[in-house]
Design a protein around this ligand. Structure first.
Ligand code: ADP
Ligand code: ADP
Length: 229
């Protein structure tokens, strides 16, 4: 479960300038694909089409062989987890933020997910632990902390498909290592799309897709791309 296919997608935000041109890609269930290429090349556009932030002007996205427009939007989105470094945290408690992925999660489940996401320690250092309020008039969380909460939230949601945007802003190396560890746990067994910034991620991906001006200019395993020069 979780095979994704983009079949000849054409998309433009304004109907003039193309953001994606004849984009096709098949991603087997449980495998990882790294998207690379310069800013503005179309990487996030491709991923926003997956969870139907927008629909393409032509082409089909299929999940397990089904045109994703035939899946109820709610259940489509329940099947896709999204983790960004600046993942949104609502002005509510840490527990509320974690439960977005699984509203009826028990406290024990929250803690288990937070531990796997390397987030439990810093949550326990907050004035009211899991009940600490975040954002406006609450506690301030760093980018690395918010990312780990987003990972915990995704673990609770437990979707077959993941969208990750690797951090571009600097984190200290300890935090960086903990986030990498947590992401590995999260990616295990899930179809993962990662907008990759680290060489290690690109190396470990099953497929690498290089975008330029809305087109795929290189596609293959890292080793193949290197061999081709
Ligand atoms: P990348 O993720 O590779 O940096 P994007 O997919 O964000 O690239 O952008 C592809 C193209 O679409 C760029 O020309 C960008 O300016 C444009 N674009 C991206 N998002 C929007 C948007 N919400 N509205 C209009 N144009 C957009
Ligand atoms: P922007 O991307 O517009 O600069 P921010 O990065 O400040 O916005 O915030 C993005 C989201 O993350 C907002 O919904 C905000 O509620 C939340 N957020 C911002 N800072 C924090 C923080 N320190 N702790 C928890 N949530 C935050």
């Amino acid at each position: 479960r979780g095979e994704v296919e983009f079949d000849d997608i054409n998309f433009s935000y304004d109907g003039k300038r193309p953001a994606l041109v004849h984009f096709s890609l098949k991603v087997p269930a449980g495998s990882t694909v790294a998207f690379v290429g310069p800013t503005g090349a179309g990487k996030s556009t491709a991923l926003s089409l997956l969870h139907r932030m927008w629909d393409a002007q032509s082409g089909v996205v299929r999940i397990d062989g089904v045109d994703h427009r035939d899946i109820r939007l709610e259940s489509l989105r329940a099947n896709i987890g999204v983790v960004f470094q600046d993942s949104t945290m609502f002005y509510r408690s840490i527990a509320d933020n974690l439960r977005i992925g699984k509203p009826n999660a028990t406290q024990a489940e929250l803690e288990e997910a937070a531990k796997l996401a390397e987030a439990h320690d810093f949550i326990m250092r907050q004035p009211q632990g899991y009940e600490t309020l975040v954002g406006e008039r609450g506690t301030t969380l760093s980018g690395g902390e918010r990312q780990r909460l987003a990972i915990a939230r995704a673990l609770l949601k437990n979707p077959p498909i993941l969208i990750l945007d690797e951090a571009t802003s600097a984190l200290d190396s300890v935090t960086e290592a903990r986030i990498q560890k947590a992401l590995k746990v999260l990616m295990q067994g899930r179809t993962t799309f990662v907008i990759a910034h680290r060489l290690s991620t690109i190396r470990e991906a099953d497929q690498v897709v290089v975008f330029e001006h809305g087109r795929v200019v290189e596609h293959g395993a890292y080793k193949e791309l290197i061999a081709r020069g």
